[in-house]
Write a protein of this length. Sequence first.
Lengths: 370, 529
Amino acid sequence: MTKTTQLPGKNHKGLCMKALSSPYDKKTNSVTQMMLWVVGATLPGVFALVYFFGIGVIANIMIACTTALATESLILRLRQRPVAPILWDGSAFVTAWLLALALPPLLPWWMTVLGTAFAIVFAKHVYGGLGNNIFNPAMVGYVLLLISFPLEMTTWLPPQELAANPVGVADTISIIFSGQASNAATVDMLKQGVDGYTMATPLDHIKTQLAQGYRLPEAESAPIIEGLSGVGWQWVNLTFLLGGLALILKKVIGWQIPLSVLLGMGIVSLPLFFANSDQYLFPMFHGFAGATMLGAFFIATDPVTASTTPKGRWIFGLGIGAITILIRTFGGYPDAIAFAVLLMNMAVPMIDYYTKTRTYGHANKAKELR
Amino acid sequence: MERSNFASEIPIHEIPGGIHPTEHKTRSNQAAIRTLPLAGELIINLKGQAGNRSIPVVEVGDKVLKGQMIAECDGIFSSYQHAPTSGTVTAIEDRTIAHPSGLSDRCIVIQPDGEDQWRELSPQTNIDSLDREAMLARIFESGIVGLGGASFPSHVKLKRENGIHTLIINAAECEPYITCDDKLLQEHAEEVLKGTEIISKLYADINIVIGIEDNKPAAIDALAAARESLSLSNIKIAVVPTKYPSGGEKQLIQLLTGKEVPHGKLPADLGLVMHNVGTCFAIYEAFYQGKPLIQRLVTLTGDACQKPGNYWVPFGTPVEHLITQTDAQSPKHIIMGGPMMGFELPGPNVGIVKATNCIIMSAEGELGISEPALPCIRCGACMDACPASLLPQQLFWHAQADEFDKTEEYDLFDCIECGACAYVCPSHIPLVQYYRYAKSTIRNNKIEKTKAEKARQRHEARQERLERVKREKAEKHRKAAEARKKAAEAAGKKDEKKAAVQAALARVQAKKKAQQADDKDDSASGEES
């Protein structure tokens, strides 16, 4: 047998617990720190969501995070891994947090639990835990719920200012856990806007109207459409944009992926808009509607599942943007960030392989590839 | 730290990646250069340079003078060793050497006599009277190796003359903590420039550039002043922005020329030759004072070191001596070299070698040595920090899975092990450790493969020889058998003839007998008659 140098500190669990050779300099960066920054940067967005859609958002976050931490601990124990250090990296917490932000505010609690647990177990640990998963766990959980419970998952409350029956804290909790508010009001009643119409998200509304044969200007005359995109939603997106920019400034995420996602959306939606502005939305609307900013700055930038090469990051982002617009415009779903992210996740190994960097002293890498 | 506003005299190019770790340089570059009392014994490692181990020419019990040659080169790719002080050779034996694994190797141990008496020195100030060969010989015989860290024998590097158009003097000193080059320039800029001038005389027509980081304003001013007073206006001072690892040979070349040393080639192939300022100083001393290389400037620093600064340390001085002399308070870790590329010493009883530019005596919590590693999250921070534009995350991925062919595909061997990737890694993965592991395994595998190949060839040759012998034997047997058979056949035929002859003879004899009987009868009858 060939005798090889043993890698010091590499144990059978694949975790290298100690550096035995240089560099010895103190590290300035940590995963936990990065994760905390990500959570912190969503806070303006969380505030906007709560302001427009009520306390249900907070409830979702709490249910999801508790589920995530419990599931993560359980699985780590089953896999015989050290629980504390891995739990402390904060990745499960961030997955749950981001998933919760994408969920409708009055989603029954067990759906949130199901989605989160699925994300942690099947999208993360089945692949080998943090760093080994191919698909963005939060988006896997989201898509599972969206496909399984399409009605509940597209039931958004009207923004508070447009709601016929604004929901209080007690009612919110009651509905999430029992399906009914104290005054026996159901979700369907709470969904109604001041004008008596059922309120959907702006993207949902536009999609339905267009499907019914209305032209875009007619669809856009509804009270829910306002400013950049719609009541509340424009602020949600603006605040996520703000948080995302902070992450870029703090160098927690690179600017390449968010920018390329937005560019990708623009590249596809702008020609469509110019071709037929009665049918296709203005790019700015796409940018500030739905989960665009959350997706571009917080979801697509998940380092584990994104492309990791400089050129690859651009391709990855552009792909997400383009696919999102294509599904939003021609597909069956009003929003499509989750699908776009998962589809591009699938392409990452190939993108990474074909976008290697040119090493110092080497000729162009592309020529060397087999 | 303070930055120099000296405008670079040549345009500076960009290098990719790099990091800005805390510099920790002011700790050691404030005090003037000092010397320490001699240690009780000097342990001179015979393999203290890149290349072959030197061969001792002294014996235990010999008295040696300071500067006396005590070990000679083993071939051209090696170096001479000289006694760092006068004294007695007390042992030539295996001692722990400056190596992370605590390896032992052959060392000459000298007990100083306290006289510090030089051998007779023969300075050579008239450089112009020397030809290239004589100059190289003096550098060779003075035991000079690159003092930047690799200890590559200088005469080997200087040998090639053809096509060299630029001499780069490396004063970048980009690693945190280390200030020996900075201090050397501050106090001995003229000597360094004179040494540079000597090197330049080895080449017919050469441009000289000194590359230095802008965090050494005093050294830059000292250089400019020395250049003025020596009127060496042909020397250009190139001030590069402070960024680790701008002092790496390949990186400094890229900063100063915008060119990359092609994979598998040497700087000389671009017409460049690079030497460290410390080497220039050593060359100056070898010529102007006739002194061989027996000591170097070492930065003694770290939070545990109570008298941080730069010291002239004779080679072979045990690190333990440096620790006690600087009143270090029970250092937590002892690092030889810088915090980015140095290594932790297994123990303090190790002699200083020609490559030792720095000893860090760290206090508890000063260095980030035992931070636990988490899984790689592929964030790419390492990629952004890599000065060689590698994909450290992919290298790590494949190295950890022992997919060595893949690591080679990702240009593992272009990694200069600068440690920038591991420094920025949020998961605190000791990345360079994985690359060293992969490199050594690949190297070992290659050696094993050649060995196996040779063994296979030997085996086949033996097999063939045995076959041949067998074949030859068989052939011989066959021939012998044939011969026998022929002989037998021949013998068989002979028998027939013999039989025939015998039969004939018998017949003749029978006839004779019969005749004789007749004759008898005749005679008897005749008598009768």
